[in-house]
Design a protein around this ligand. Structure first.
Ligand code: EPZ
Length: 417
């Protein structure tokens, strides 16, 4: 299994280019199921989860062509199946994003239940509740969701909990439903808004994307379109934190600073110098990092997908800070691995207390999920000696060539077979 080896202690310098957003690309690939015409997406990150989604769509009978440079051409002219198989869904729970489009277009979907994951139980009950409200009959048998509807109809739906992919599934399904759908307590993430922009280009009628109340007026059919995916705000935040923990000064290009406001504000609070341009950031690490507490929240709050990276950074702050994880019930898997490197972190339910600064020493550590693995790479940049991160397939799911990008910034990092 591939590993990454890092020798820490080198400040970063130079420029890094941000890739397209994984969490916008995944639902946007599924939007191809809503039309029989061609969809062309640009700036799609060449990461493992995108390839997995390509396989899910191909299993349904869609043509999917990946081009060099992040362009993907898709056409779901006629589907040969409505089943997303367990073999694929178990490797990537975002496969559930085919559910809404399939029921809306084909009147039927059979999707393997995703099951739990390292960071939490992650049920999809809200996705199913919403589709039922839109007139679908839902049955769960043999580990699969079976959803059927002659034609979905518009409905008034309210989510108890903000759910990103739940919002995206409903928004896509509602595009072809009969009548208007109103979704309250919808997710406001930039990825949801970017999906709405694509759907709008396909002829959908959506209002309120990016706010907590979404209105979708269903139409008979959607057309093809071309769309450029937004930059990845979590990848951007990861590089800001990398510079802050390793030291030095870098420029981050092809990013969208407005999409990570909460992260930028929080890192400035810790002393990191951040200058913003329209699509770039200039980051300078402080001599002394100040501790600052954080609570993860749905957008526009501090993203849970930055919690692990931020924790790694706080191990080097002068004093104690608390991290409260409100989104997922089991998202502190990185704590034990950071402790193996010498970090001082005390967990108490959904809150962790980090005391710093503690010198980190290189060690062999194990990645448990995508963002936890990024936090271990960051810790490795600051640690004395050599760190080897095992199971980096987690990392490759959502970061495009992170080792090469960091090496481009002067880090001593390489991939080991
Ligand atoms: C999306 O996951 C992202 N994934 C996650 O990023 C991200 O952590 C998460 O949103 C929160 O921001 C993609 O976009 C592909 P949720 P999603 O539904 O949609 C509960 C990464 O690192 N819930 O917003 O699956 C759920 O258990 C990944 O890139 C229900 O109870 O997350 C959680 O506690 C990891 N019932 C909360 O809501 C439901 O039906 C938020 O989950 C749905 C969700």
């Amino acid at each position: 299994m591939e590993k990454i080896r890092i020798v820490g202690g080198r400040p970063l310098e130079g420029t890094v280019r941000i890739s397209g957003a994984k969490n916008a690309s995944l639902p946007e690939l599924c939007a191809a199921l809503l039309t029989d015409q061609q969809l062309t997406l640009g700036n799609v990150p060449e990461v493992r989860d995108i390839r997995t989604m390509g396989r899910v769509l191909a299993a349904l009978g869609a043509e999917v062509e990946f081009r060099v440079g992040g362009e993907v051409e898709l056409r779901a002219g006629s589907l040969t199946s409505v089943e997303a198989p367990y073999e694929l869904v178990k490797t990537m729970r975002a496969s559930v994003l085919v559910l809404g489009p399939l029921v809306a277009r084909e009147g039927r979907a059979r999707v393997s239940l995703p099951g739990g994951c390292a960071i939490g139980a992650r049920p999809i009950d809200l996705h199913l509740m919403a589709l039922e409200k839109m007139g679908a009959t839902i049955a769960v048998e043999h580990g699969y969701v079976e959803a059927r509807a002659e034609r979905l109809r518009g409905a008034e739906i309210s989510f108890d909990t903000v759910t990103v992919t739940g919002t995206e599934n409903v928004m896509m399904a509602a595009c072809l439903a009969d009548g208007q759908t109103v979704l309250r307590n919808a997710a406001c993430e930039p990825e949801v808004e970017d999906l709405a922009t694509l759907l709008g280009a396909m002829g959908a009628r959506i209002e309120g994307a990016g706010t907590s109340t979404l209105r979708v007026e269903g139409v008979e059919r959607l057309a093809g379109a071309s769309h450029r995916v937004i930059p990845d705000r979590i990848e951007t935040g990861t590089y800001v934190a990398a510079c802050a923990i390793a030291g030095g000064e870098i420029e981050i290009r092809h990013c969208q600073p407005n999409h990570l406001r909460a992260v930028i504000d929080k890192l400035r609070e810790t002393g990191v110098r951040i200058e913003e341009g329209p699509d770039n950031l200039r980051v300078r690490a402080p001599r002394v990092l100040r501790p600052a507490n954080v609570t993860t929240q749905p957008y526009p709050g501090f993203p849970t997908d930055m919690q692990a990276q931020y924790m790694a950074l706080m191990t080097q702050a002068e004093g104690a800070s608390t991290m409260t994880e409100t989104i997922f019930e089991n998202r502190f898997m990185h704590v034990a691995e950071l402790a193996r490197m010498g970090a001082s972190v005390r967990e108490n339910g959904r809150t962790a207390i980090v005391t710093g600064p503690t010198p980190l020493s290189g060690a062999q550590v194990m990645a448990t999920d995508l963002r936890a693995s990024a936090s271990l790479v960051l810790a490795g940049l600051a640690a004395s000696g050599e760190t080897v991160v095992d199971r980096i397939y987690h990392l490759d799911r959502g970061y495009y060539r992170i080792d090469e990008k960091l090496r481009g910034l002067g880090a001593d990092i390489e991939r080991l077979a």
